[in-house]
Design a protein. Structure first.
Length: 126
C-alpha cells in the first residue's frame, strides 16, 4: 500500500522546496493552475492534477508593511506567471511596489521550515 503521507499535498509542496522548487498543480480538465496544492481542482473538482515546477516569476498584486517591535517587514500577494497567487514577503525591502516584478527563492533558515520568499527582479531595482 502506498504511504498516504507521500501523496499528501503539503508533503509534495515540501518536497518541492527541498529541491529548491516552487511547485503548483495544473488541472488537466479545465486548465486551472491550483495552489496551494490540493487533492482536487478548486475550480472543477477534477483529481487529474499534474504537479509542475513554477518558473518563479510573478507580479506583486498587493503589498503591506507590518510594523513589529523588533523589525518591520512586508507581506505581499504575488501573482505567479503560471496563474496562481500566493502570500509571501520580499526580504530586505521596506515597501515593495504593487506591480513590481519578482522572482521566487527558497529560503532555508536554521531551525525553521523552508519557505518561498521573493526578490525584486533586476529591472525593478532603483
Ligand atoms: Zn479543473
Amino acid at each position: 500500500m502506498p504511504d498516504i503521507r507521500e501523496q499528501a499535498p503539503y508533503q509534495r509542496y515540501l518536497e518541492g522546496l527541498s529541491r529548491g522548487a516552487l511547485v503548483y498543480q495544473h488541472c488537466h480538465e479545465c486548465g486551472q493552475a491550483v495552489f496551494y496544492l490540493r487533492p482536487c481542482c478548486s475550480r472543477c473538482g477534477s483529481v487529474e492534477l499534474q504537479l509542475r515546477d513554477s518558473l518563479g516569476l510573478g507580479t506583486l498584486y498587493s503589498s503591506s508593511v507590518i510594523f513589529d517591535k523588533e523589525r518591520n517587514y512586508n507581506l505581499v500577494l504575488v501573482d505567479l506567471d503560471e496563474g496562481f497567487r500566493m502570500m509571501s514577503t520580499v526580504p530586505g525591502c521596506d515597501a515593495p511596489s504593487i506591480g513590481a516584478r519578482v522572482r521566487a527563492r527558497v529560503e532555508r533558515l536554521e531551525g525553521e521550515e523552508s519557505r518561498v520568499v521573493f526578490d525584486l527582479t533586476d529591472g525593478e531595482r532603483s
